[in-house]
Design a protein around this ligand. Structure first.
Ligand code: NAD
Length: 364
């Protein structure tokens, strides 16, 4: 067997722990070091995974010189970690969605990775779910005829969920590039969240193959009544001349086509989705031709669509892709959304977006 790839995981919160567990369980990887600025989290991680430990990512990375630099910090910390990973000589960078919070940061990361020639993957791992893969299989089989529309909705807010939605819409549309987008947004409550986002954003995407993308994310998105767990109220699908197929993140899949209606199970599950996501990293490290499905270039294309949607929401009209100039879309949204209140589509959305007080005041 080939040698084990040595991994440093930085940011031992929820997702860092998921990653470390999945690396540890795969015999192609060894968790060589863990890092967190929080001493309690670092202690807990070090006793669980062993290896070198430290609170300073640069120091740990310089000491360990990992093959894989994995970081799972919150979205405001990205280019700094990529810089440290490149400096440490890592061959592959594994990090969390969203790629960044602004196009300025996203472009910087892309330029650094391209200049260093380092492989990178971004964790859009829902696609490994059996229900997500089933819908992809149905679309690829031609059962829907000519696909003309891909669509997605989520109740959660943009920097948590939109990155996922766009990634899977692009996948269902053969990763075709987008030419332009047009969008609207409302509500500034979640702009002060650690995942800063408009409370609601929705828009259209024109893909180069003529397929229309329709996406909605946040307080105004429609309910997915088939799913109980709020964060998994996501619907992603494709419509064609002969039918449609869709996946619900927390509730299986369905297809209606010329051969009738069929459905099946499946639910987003980190324990099931992480192992193949991690294995694909080993395969890509072993063989340049086995490019990881969650490779950075794919993630960046989706990220650029998200940033373009923000620009359209703020500036109006259509925004052409690819983006050529850098901007700070979160600051743009902060300035634009003041006083533009959001209306929730369900009582639970009203609660999650802190709108219940406003509703009860109106009723009283
Ligand atoms: N792919 C998915 O399904 C999925 C699900 C949840 C969250 N996420 C993403 O994962 C990322 C992390 O989310 P989380 O829920 O794990 O967050 P978290 O708050 O649980 O963990 C982040 C950790 O990073 C540590 N940290 C912060 N700054 C650091 C630094 N400079 N050096 C080292 N450690 C540092 C914090 O102390 C914390 O332990 C976010 O970008 C989030 O959007 C992805």
């Amino acid at each position: 067997m080939s040698r084990k790839y040595r991994v440093l995981v930085v940011g031992m919160g929820k997702r860092g722990t998921h990653h470390a567990l999945a690396f540890q369980a795969n015999n192609r990887f060894e968790v060589a070091a863990v890092c967190d600025i929080d001493p309690a989290r670092l202690d807990a991680a070090a006793s669980r995974f062993g290896g070198i430990r430290g609170r300073d990512a640069l120091q740990v990375a310089s000491a360990v010189k990992p093959d894989v630099f994995c970081f799972c910090t919150l979205p405001h910390l990205r280019s700094e970690m990529v810089r440290i990973g490149i400096q440490s000589g890592a061959r592959l960078m594994a990090f969390e969605k969203p790629v960044a919070l602004t196009s300025r940061e996203g472009m910087k990361i892309r330029n650094m990775l391209l200049a260093a020639g380092v492989k990178a993957v971004v964790s859009h791992q829902h696609r490994y779910g059996e229900h997500y893969r089933k819908v992809k299989e149905i679309i690829a089989s031609g059962a829907l005829g000519r696909v003309h529309t891909v669509y997605a909705t989520a109740s959660g807010w943009m920097t948590h969920m939109l990155s996922h939605l766009i990634d899977y819409m692009r996948w269902y549309n053969g990763n075709t590039e987008a030419q332009w987008v047009m969008a609207q947004a409302a509500g500034d409550g979640k702009l002060s969240d650690l995942h800063p986002s408009p409370d609601y954003i929705g828009g259209f995407i024109q893909f180069a193959n003529g397929v229309r993308g329709i996406v909605e994310c946040g307080a105004g998105a429609p309910d997915v009544p088939e799913v109980d767990y709020w964060w998994r109220k996501c619907r992603v699908g494709a419509q064609g001349t002969d039918g449609f197929a869709e996946v619900l993140t927390g509730g299986g899949w369905r297809v209606v086509s010329k051969s009738g209606a069929t459905s099946g199970g499946g639910c987003m599950n980190y324990d099931l989705d992480m192992p193949p996501y991690i294995q694909d990293m080993a395969d890509w490290l072993d063989d340049d031709r086995k490019v990881h499905p969650c490779n950075f270039e794919n993630a960046y294309a989706g990220f650029a669509i998200m940033m373009a949607l923000c620009r359209s929401a703020v500036g109006g009209g259509q925004v052409a892709l690819p983006l050529t100039d850098a901007a700070d879309e979160i600051q743009m949204l902060k300035a634009y959304l003041v006083g533009r209140k959001v209306l929730a589509s369900t009582p639970v959305n009203a609660k999650e977006y802190g709108l219940l007080d406003a509703v009860s005041k109106r009723v009283a």
